[in-house]
Design a protein around this ligand. Structure first.
Ligand code: PLP
Length: 372
């Protein structure tokens, strides 16, 4: 049996005709840049996130950079972000000209520790980027409360959490702005790079729309020094089709997570993800934490038996060579550092079959018999 880490082939086979038809529409109108399908997708995605506006951009990373700049943050401003995230969260802070201030994760949920956010605030702090890692919303009430009481902007990095809910409300509507990535393997993925900023604020929307298109909303009227970071019409057409299936796919992911939780309960060296009661997670990744086993041996054992796995992420941001200049030492964020050594992501995607999940867990059981 083969269980790849991700398999997008099934959903694309299912949607091929519908998507091809939409792509032909784009081609026949020559509307490759900011065509009608971009406006349509922005409206649909805003509605999906329960917000007034969505601004399509060319990646999740650009969504974060543009969001910071739209909110007026720049040189001299500190932005707090988790050490346990994909590097793009922190890259964006640097590209917006701001200084990253990292904080550790909470043991258990892998998300940012609100208590440490509070402690990291200095007079220069202007914003917080809260990441909903692996598809589980972070403790938003605690973090937005800190943000409000200290006059900080709160940006949600929702690149892994399309459709997740916090206390019944959709992710994307709870901070000042939220940023999404539509990288192909994300819960809502394009056929290339794509991203979006969502917000309820009209003025921020106008600024973000300018920034993504050379600082202009009308041709050659450049009010700001902007970027070329537009959402391709072709990607918007793909995303419009796929958005209609997102809730169904997220529901599948939750079902598969529950199956793993149950099947893995008997393996004492595996800790399954801990999910807060007040959230509905969307399991972009199903990440377990291992104790007392050699992770790389387990990974190659599984690989040899047709099971793909991943590590998200092998290094916390502060120990990544690109961010050495921030001068954090090993030991600065013990929870993130220990996860980097012990986490393992198991296959998770819409269309995963129960027999495949059973096979994955059987191979893990066989490993512990053979290698302990
Ligand atoms: C994928 C991702 C991004 C970056 O998105 P791109 O579209 O690849 O630029 C940012 N933050 C997190 C947490 C991500 O997972």
């Amino acid at each position: 049996m083969k269980v790849p880490f991700v398999d997008l082939g099934q959903q694309h086979l299912l949607l091929k005709e519908e998507i091809n038809q939409r792509l032909q529409e784009v081609v026949s109108c020559d509307a490759f840049i900011l065509g009608d399908q971009v406006v349509q997708f922005e409206q649909e995605f805003a509605e999906y996130c329960s917000v007034r506006y969505a601004i399509g951009v060319n990646s999740g990373t650009d969504a974060l950079i543009l969001a910071l700049k739209t909110l007026g943050l720049g040189p001299g401003d500190e932005v707090i972000a988790p050490a346990n995230t994909f590097v793009a969260t922190v890259e964006a802070i640097v590209h917006a000209g701001c200084t990253p201030r990292l904080v550790d994760a909470l043991p258990g949920t892998y998300n940012m520790d609100p208590h440490q956010v509070e402690e990291a605030i200095t007079p220069a702090t202007k914003g917080i980027i809260v990441v909903h890692l692996y598809g589980q919303p972070a403790d938003l009430d605690a973090i937005t409360k800190i943000g409000r009481s200290c006059g900080l902007v709160v940006i949600e990095d929702a690149a892994q959490a399309h459709g997740a809910r916090y206390k019944g409300r959709r992710i994307g509507s709870l901070g000042d702005v939220a940023c999404f990535s539509f990288y192909p393997s994300k819960n809502l993925g394009a056929w290339g790079d794509a991203g979006a900023i969502v917000t309820n604020d009209e003025e921020l929307t106008n600024t973000a729309r300018k920034l993504r298109d050379h600082g202009a909303t009308h041709k050659y009227q450049h009010d700001l020094v902007g970027f070329n970071s537009r959402l391709d019409t072709i990607q918007a057409a793909v995303l419009s089709v796929k958005l209609r299936y997102l809730d169904e796919w997220n529901e599948e992911r939750r079902t598969y997570a529950a199956v793993y939780d149950e099947l893995l309960a008997d393996l004492p060296w595996v800790t399954t993800p801990q999910v807060l009661l007040e959230v509905k997670a969307v399991y972009h990744l199903y990440v377990v934490h291992l104790q007392g086993v050699d992770r790389s041996r387990l990974q190659s054992y599984l690989e040899d038996r047709g099971v793909g796995t991943g590590i998200h992420y092998p290094r916390p941001v502060h120990l990544t060579p690109a961010f050495e200049y921030l001068c954090y030492q090993r030991g600065a964020f013990p929870v993130a550092e220990s996860y980097a050594e012990t986490v393992l992501s198991l296959p998770m995607y819409p269309g995963l079959r129960r027999e495949q999940q059973e096979y994955v867990v059987q191979q893990m059981q066989a490993f512990s018999k053979e290698c302990s």
